[in-house]
Write a protein that binds this ligand. Structure first.
Ligand SMILES: Nc1ncnc2c1ncn2[C@@H]1O[C@H](COP(=O)(O)OP(=O)(O)OP(=O)(O)O)[C@@H](O)[C@H]1O
Ligand SMILES: [Mg+2]
Length: 496
C-alpha cells in the first residue's frame, strides 16, 4: 500500500511564493526609502535656501543701520551666532578676504578667502537657481546652505556679509533609524500583509488544486480506482486534471481489458483441455478394445472401431488448427494476402468437397449466383475457410430434407454480397449475440449431439474483419439461419 505523503509546509509552493513576495516587498520598501531620502535632502536644501535667502541682507542692513565699526564687528557676530546657533557668519572684503568670523559651534577658519564670483552669483541669482554651492571656509563641514549680501553700494560693495547654515540648525541630527525606522516597519508589516493575502489567494486558486491532482494520483497508486478527479476550470491546472483523469480511466479500461483477456485465456485453456478430453476418451476406449479383443473381433467390427479412431483424430486435428488460428488472431499477427479470384469457382469447390456429406444428410443445395463474372479482391485461402465453416454449420444444423441456399449479389458495382441460408434448427434470440465468441455453442438439444468446438464463427468473424468486412446473422429458432458478408469486387486497373 502506497502511503499518501503530506508535503511539509516549508516545502510547499505557497510558502515559497509568500517568502519570495515578502523579500520583494522589503527590497522594494528599502529602495523607496533610499530614493525618498535623496529627494528629501534636495527638497530640504531648497527650502532652507529659500528661507535663509535674505538672512545675509537683513544682517547687512542691520550692520549699516548700526554703523558698527569693524572692531565691534566680531562682538556683534559672536552675539548673533549665539542667538542663532545654527549659523556661521563671515565678513568678507570686496576682494574676497575673510575679515570677521563668528560661530556658536567651535570652528576654525581653514581658508582665508572666499570666491567673490560665487557670492555675486548668489546675490544676482534667481530663486530657481538654488542651491549654489560654496566651498566651506571653516572646519565645520556641516554647512550646506548659505546667504550673502553686499555691504555698501550694491554695484560696488565695500564688503560682503556671508552666512552659512549648519545642518540641522540647533537640533541634534537624527539617526538613520529614527528618521526611517517607522517607515521601514510599516513597509515590512505591509509586505507581510500583502504576501499573506497573495499566499492565501495563490493557495486557493492554484496549489490547493494541484494538491488535489497529486492526491488523486497517489490515491490511485494506492489502489483506489473509483477516485473521481474533478476540476471544472479550463485553465492549465484544469487541463492537467482532465488529462490525468482521462489517463486513469484509460488505465482502468486497459486493466479491464487485460483481465478480460486473462479470463479468456484461462477459459480457452479449460475449453481446450475439455475438448481434447472427449476425442481422447473415445479413442482410448476404441483402441483398448482393438488391442485386447482384435483376434476375437470380426473384420467389420475392427474397421468400425478404426473408423471411429480416425474420425476422432480428424476432429482433434481440426480443433488444433482452429486453436492455432485463434491464437494468431488474438495476438494480431494474422496477415491476409488479398488477390483477385473468382468467388463462384471457390464456392463450387467447397460445395464439391462437401458433396458426399450433403448427399448423406439428404439436403438440397440451391444456387443463386449473380450473372456477371464476379472477381473479388480477398485472401482466397481465408475466404475458403470462412465459406467452409458456414457451409459445414448449415449442414450440421439442418435436418434431413432441409434446403441450403447459397447466393451472391453485386451491390452498386462495388461489393459482392455472399449469403448462405438454411432451413435448419435456427438460433435462439439469446444465443445470437454470443455465437461469435470463441467456444460458444448454443444449448439446444440437437446442438449437443453435433460435433464442434464453437471456434468456427469466431474465426470467420475475425478473418472477415481483417478484410474490413463483417459477418452478419439472421436466424429464427426452428425456421432457419442466414449468414452473410460483403467482399470488395476486384477493379481492374486499365493501363493506357
Ligand atoms: N447455421 C446454423 N444454424 C443453427 N445454429 C448455428 C448455425 N451456425 C452456427 N450455429 C450456432 O452457433 C454456434 C457456434 O458456431 P461455430 O461454427 O462457431 O461452432 P461449431 O460449429 O459448434 O464448432 P466448430 O465450427 O468450431 O467446429 C454453434 O454451436 C451453433 O449453436
Ligand atoms: Mg462451425
Amino acid at each position: 500500500m502506497v502511503e499518501i505523503r503530506q508535503i511539509p509546509l516549508y516545502q510547499t509552493l505557497t510558502f515559497k511564493v509568500s517568502i519570495a513576495l515578502i523579500l520583494c516587498f522589503i527590497i522594494n520598501g528599502v529602495l523607496l526609502v533610499l530614493w525618498d531620502q535623496a529627494d528629501l535632502l534636495t527638497d530640504m536644501e531648497t527650502d532652507i535656501q529659500t528661507t535663509y535667502r535674505h538672512t545675509a541682507t537683513e544682517i547687512s542692513e542691520e550692520l549699516e543701520n548700526m554703523k558698527t565699526d569693524t572692531q565691534n564687528m566680531s562682538v556683534f557676530f559672536d552675539s548673533l551666532a549665539t542667538y542663532y546657533p545654527g549659523m556661521e557668519l563671515f565678513l568678507v572684503s570686496a576682494d574676497g578676504k575673510i575679515m570677521e568670523h563668528g560661530s556658536y559651534v567651535p570652528s576654525t577658519l581653514i581658508k582665508t578667502t572666499v570666491s567673490i564670483d560665487i557670492l555675486e552669483s548668489f546675490i544676482k541669482a534667481d530663486i530657481n537657481d538654488y542651491p549654489i554651492e560654496i566651498p566651506i571656509p571653516t572646519s565645520s563641514d556641516l554647512d550646506f546652505v548659505f546667504s550673502a549680501a553686499p555691504l555698501g553700494p550694491a554695484d560696488d560693495p565695500d564688503a560682503y556679509v556671508l552666512v552659512t547654515l549648519l545642518e540641522g540648525g540647533e537640533d541634534e541630527p537624527l539617526s538613520w533609524w529614527e528618521e526611517y525606522g517607522a517607515l521601514l516597519t510599516r513597509t515590512v508589516l505591509l509586505s507581510l500583509l500583502i504576501a499573506g493575502l497573495t499566499g492565501i489567494l495563490f493557495w486557493y486558486f492554484l496549489t490547493r488544486r494541484i494538491d488535489r491532482v497529486a492526491h488523486a494520483v497517489q490515491s490511485y497508486r494506492a489502489g483506489n480506482n473509483g477516485f473521481a478527479l474533478e476540476d471544472k476550470a479550463r485553465d492549465e491546472i484544469g487541463h492537467v486534471a482532465m488529462h490525468v483523469g482521462d489517463m486513469m480511466q484509460r488505465i482502468d479500461v486497459m486493466f479491464e481489458e487485460l483481465g478480460r483477456k486473462e479470463k479468456l485465456r484461462t477459459e480457452l485453456l479449460a475449453s481446450v483441455s475439455h475438448e481434447l478430453q472427449t476425442p481422447l476418451t473415445v479413442m482410448q476406449g476404441n483402441i483398448e478394445t482393438l488391442v485386447e479383443h482384435r483376434n476375437k473381433m470380426s473384420e467389420e467390427d475392427r474397421n468400425q472401431k478404426l473408423g471411429v479412431v480416425y474420425s476422432q483424430v480428424q476432429h482433434m486435428s481440426a480443433l488444433i488448427d482452429d486453436m492455432f488460428d485463434v491464437a494468431v488472431l488474438e495476438t494480431g499477427q494474422m496477415k491476409i494476402n488479398p488477390e483477385p479470384f473468382p468467388i463462384v469457382e471457390l464456392i463450387e469447390d467447397v460445395l464439391q468437397s462437401y458433396a458426399l456429406i450433403i448427399d448423406q444428410s439428404h439436403l438440397t443445395i440451391e444456387r443463386n449466383f449473380a450473372e456477371s463474372i464476379q472477381t473479388v479482391q480477398a485472401d482466397p485461402l481465408r475466404i475458403r475457410q470462412v465459406i467452409r465453416n458456414l457451409l459445414s454449420n448449415a449442414i450440421k444444423f439442418s435436418q434431413p430434407g432441409g434446403k441450403i441456399k447459397i447466393s451472391t449479389e453485386v451491390k452498386q458495382n462495388e461489393v459482392l454480397n455472399f449469403r448462405i441460408e438454411d432451413t435448419g434448427i435456427g438460433i435462439a434470440e439469446e444465443d445470437l449475440k454470443n455465437i461469435f465468441q470463441s467456444f460458444y455453442r448454443s444449448n439446444q438439444q440437437m446442438n449437443r449431439t453435433v460435433q464442434g468446438t464453437g471456434l468456427g464463427l469466431h474465426i470467420c468473424q475475425q478473418l472477415l474483419k481483417l478484410h474490413e468486412s463483417n459477418l452478419e446473422v439472421k436466424s429464427r429458432l426452428n425456421v432457419g439461419s442466414t449468414f452473410s458478408f460483403d467482399l470488395n469486387l476486384y477493379k481492374e486497373v486499365v493501363s493506357i
